[in-house]
Structures are given as C-alpha cells and as structure tokens.
Design a protein. Structure first.
Length: 294
C-alpha cells in the first residue's frame, strides 16, 4: 500500500496538484507528437543537420521581436518564423547556385544565426532573458503559448496526413514526384515550413537550443527499431511523448532544469535503441543471423 502511494506521489500527483505541470505536459506532448514524425523525414532525407541549423536560424528573428516588444509571444514567434523561412530559402539557393553543398551552407548559416541572435539579445536584455530564449521555460507556459503549441501540432499532423504520400515520394524518389504531379515544386518547401513552424513553437517551451532535441532524438531512436515508415512515425511520436512525461517527472523529483531533463530522457531512449534496436542496433548487428532468418 505504501509503495503504491509512493508511485502515485511521484508519477501522478504532480500533474493533479499543479496546473503548471499539466500545462508543461500538454505543451511538450503536443510538440513531440508533431515534431518527432518530422524528424523521421529529416533523417530519411539525410537532413538531420538541417533541423539543428534551422533551430538556431530562428534565434535572430526571435531576438529582433524581443528588442521590439520584449518577451512578447506574437512578436518573437513572428520574428522567429520569418527568420527561419529566410534561412531555409537562402540555404536552398546557396546549394543550388554555388559549389557549396547544402550541409556546408547550413553550417555557415547556423553559426552566423546563433552568434547574431545572442548578440542582439545581449544588447538589451539580461542573462535571464538570454537563458529563457536559449533554453525555454516549459513549466512557465501560459494560455497563449499553450494554444499555439497545440494549434501548430494539430496543423502539422493534418498536413502530414494530407500530403503524406507526396512527402514519402519526395523523400525516396523526388524525380518520380516531379514527373507525376504538379505540386512537386512546393513539397520540399512545405516540409521545411512545417519544420520551421514546429521549431518556432517549440522554442517557447524548450528554447532554441533544446527544441530540436524533441524532434530528432525520438526519430533517431524509432528508426533503430523498424525500417517500415508506418511503424517508425507513430513510434517516434510515442517515444517523444514518453520522454516529455518522464522528463517532467524527473525534473520535479530532482530539481533539474525541465527542458534539458526532457531532452536527456530522449537521449537515454536513443542510446538504449542504439544498443538494442531491432533494425540497426549494435547488438542486433553483432548477433550472427541464422540461415533460416530473412
């Protein structure tokens, strides 16, 4: 009976007693459900670096919004969205019209964006403001931020459902997509727009440095368990949701920063998958396969 009470106190009571814990859970779960499937497509497109680069690309825009209106949700969101879309578009142009590959362009934009954003915030704000923008405050989500996270998640999931076939074909065989449909030109930009939208929404909860973690780590972990996309996509979302919940519990019990705690749990899931994953884990690859196995 005592053990049952202890489990309840640790895993359930914080979300029943504290509204900020419920808000944090809803916001982080919403981000995980829409962001992790996007992370799967980023991995399959060999664009894992793009997620990290774009997460920092939104920083200058958010910083400009901060300089204009302070810690204003609409101003920082709009600024981050515009900056992220500009960097995504500029990266594509640089890769297309210069000799630089896309990863080199992303690395350059990533470094410039991060330094510019930190400089702009430091010109007017305090170290607390800078830490808030870089690492977020998931336990400080208000109604407007929560509605935005849920709205972005809903819109992203609807877009993924509507354009699922186009995204899959563009990922696996973009030439075939160009030959079979007129919307082939907008599909890559639509996908990058969804990534930027989720990063902009996520930075209010996890900051520009941490938001990409809830997109990429669950996706990478899920990819190590299956090679079938219909399995990997929901599995990535599930790992993200579990990471969000476990990270909040861990943070509440230990006093660790909430955002980093969530990403740390997602990282543990990834490393566990790295060893035990059935579709590419270390132990799976080292185990000799039977001649009867396909």
């Amino acid at each position: 009976m005592k053990r049952s009470s202890m489990i309840t106190d640790v895993f359930i009571a914080p979300f029943v007693e504290y509204e900020f814990m419920r808000r944090a859970l809803v916001g982080s779960v919403a981000l995980a459900m829409s962001g992790a499937p996007l992370g799967v497509f980023l991995i399959l497109r060999r664009m894992s670096l793009a997620g990290d680069a774009l997460s920092h690309a939104i920083l200058p825009g958010a910083a400009v919004g901060y300089l204009i209106a302070g810690l204003s949700l609409p101003a920082m969101t709009l600024g981050g969205l515009i900056a992220g879309l500009i960097i995504a578009f500029a990266t594509g142009l640089a890769a297309r019209f210069t000799t630089l590959r896309e990863d080199a362009s992303l690395a350059a934009f990533y470094l410039v964006s991060l330094s510019l954003g930190v400089t702009l915030v430091s010109m007017r704000g305090s170290n607390v403001d800078l830490l808030h923008i870089l690492f977020g405050s998931v336990i400080g989500l208000d109604n407007s931020a929560l509605f935005m996270l849920v709205g972005v998640s809903t819109f992203t999931l609807l877009a993924l459902a509507l354009f699922y076939r186009a995204f899959v074909i563009d990922t696996l065989d973009p030439i075939f997509l160009r030959q079979t449909t007129r919307i082939s030109a907008i599909v890559p930009f639509l996908f990058l727009a969804l990534v930027v939208l989720n990063l902009v929404a996520g930075f209010h909860a996890l900051g520009t440095l941490m938001a990409v973690g809830l997109i990429m780590l669950p996706a990478a972990a899920a990819r190590l368990w299956s090679s079938q996309l219909v399995v990997v996509l929901p599995l990535a979302a599930a790992i993200g949701v579990v990471s969000a919940y476990a990270g909040l519990v861990f943070s509440n019990e230990t006093g660790a920063p909430t955002g980093p705690a969530i990403i740390l749990i997602a990282g543990i899931c990834y490393f566990a998958s790295l060893f035990f994953g059935r579709a590419g884990g270390i132990l799976r690859l080292r185990r000799p396969s039977s001649h009867l196995e396909g």
